[in-house]
Design a protein around this ligand. Structure first.
Ligand code: PLP
Length: 298
């Protein structure tokens, strides 16, 4: 298996040099969860950590989970399971990957994940009780991990991201997909901290109620203006932002989540938000996904 599975928990917080924003008095730092591992990166390791513990303690026999052809969660689960010798099963949305697999799916297969391809109609039933019951029957003793790790255990694992957040952070920015990570961060936050979620989906305000259900604390809000056309969509402006950010700060951003968040943060500051605040952005990783648009960066 052509993969280095060592994890790095020496996670740095890097302050950005932003001379053009000096007038606003803000400080922006990035918590580099992307440096944990190229595939088991960012928030994904945290969302899986409770399941990995369950396997070590003999409570589960393997992991079944779900995702699309470019899913960071599937990729991370396959790699994390390989590293701990955990049998893994991935249900993939869409059947194109049978003949024409993405890099993400090729990795998963190479790392030993047992891939099952569902058409979109069947995939949509993945959370139905009778489908889950059928899975429990087919894979006895396995943990059934919802898409994106969106579960109580996922949120619990994400709470330990707080261990890496500097004390002085006043505004903490985190990208939102299923909302699992932001719930972990909100549920473990200090009273004086304000959590801002950046939603990369079009019309993303619907995430407010989904998150409110699982967040015990107040002190959070969502910004959903910076979706660039919708989930997984991008524009020349976003790609140019990723290139410039890499050149200026030597940090790569993924086009689905972290680039949209950083773009949004800088725009909000230019509009006068968060003056004189210490802002911490969580780099949730996801860089394996940039391979699907690699040709646009060369
Ligand atoms: C999965 C993912 C997210 C979204 O996390 P949720 O816990 O689903 O909200 C954010 N950023 C990156 C890079 C991701 O891969």
């Amino acid at each position: 298996m052509d993969i280095d599975l060592s994890l790095n928990f020496d996670i740095p917080t890097v302050k950005l040099e932003l001379p053009h924003l000096e007038q606003f008095g803000v400080s922006i730092s990035i918590l580099r969860l992307d440096l944990i591992h190229p595939s088991i990166s960012g928030n994904k390791w945290f969302k899986l950590k409770e399941y990995l513990n369950d396997f070590r303690e003999g409570k589960i026999k393997g992991i079944v989970t779900f995702g699309g052809a470019f899913s960071n969660h599937l990729n991370a689960t396959a790699a994390a399971c390989l590293s701990e010798n955990i049998p893994s099963v991935g249900f993939v949305r869409g059947q194109e990957g049978i003949l024409n697999p993405s890099q993400t799916l090729k990795d998963c297969k190479n790392w030993g994940m047992d891939l099952w391809f569902l058409n979109r109609k069947d995939y949509a039933k993945k959370d139905d009780l009778d489908f889950i019951a059928a899975l429990e029957n087919e894979f006895p003793g396995y943990a059934i991990v919802p898409e994106g790790g969106d579960s109580e255990k996922g949120r619990k694992g994400a709470m330990s991201i707080a261990d890496f957040i500097p004390e002085n952070a006043e505004i903490i920015c985190v990208p939102v997909g299923t909302g699992t990570t932001i719930c972990g961060v909100v549920n473990s936050k200090k009273p004086q901290q304000q959590i801002i979620g950046f939603v990369p989906m079009k019309g993303g305000d619907y995430m407010n109620s989904a998150i409110a259900e699982n967040c015990s604390n107040l002190g959070w809000s969502l910004i959903s203006d910076y979706h660039f056309g919708g989930f997984g969509k991008y524009t020349p402006e976003l790609l140019e932002f990723i290139r410039e950010f890499k050149k200026t700060h030597n940090i790569e951003l993924d086009f689905v989540y972290t680039a949209k968040m950083l773009f949004g943060i800088l725009k909000e500051i230019e509009k006068g938000q968060w003056q004189n605040k210490q802002i911490l952005c969580i780099h949730t990783g996801g860089l394996q996904g940039n391979r699907s648009i690699e040709h646009l960066f060369s």
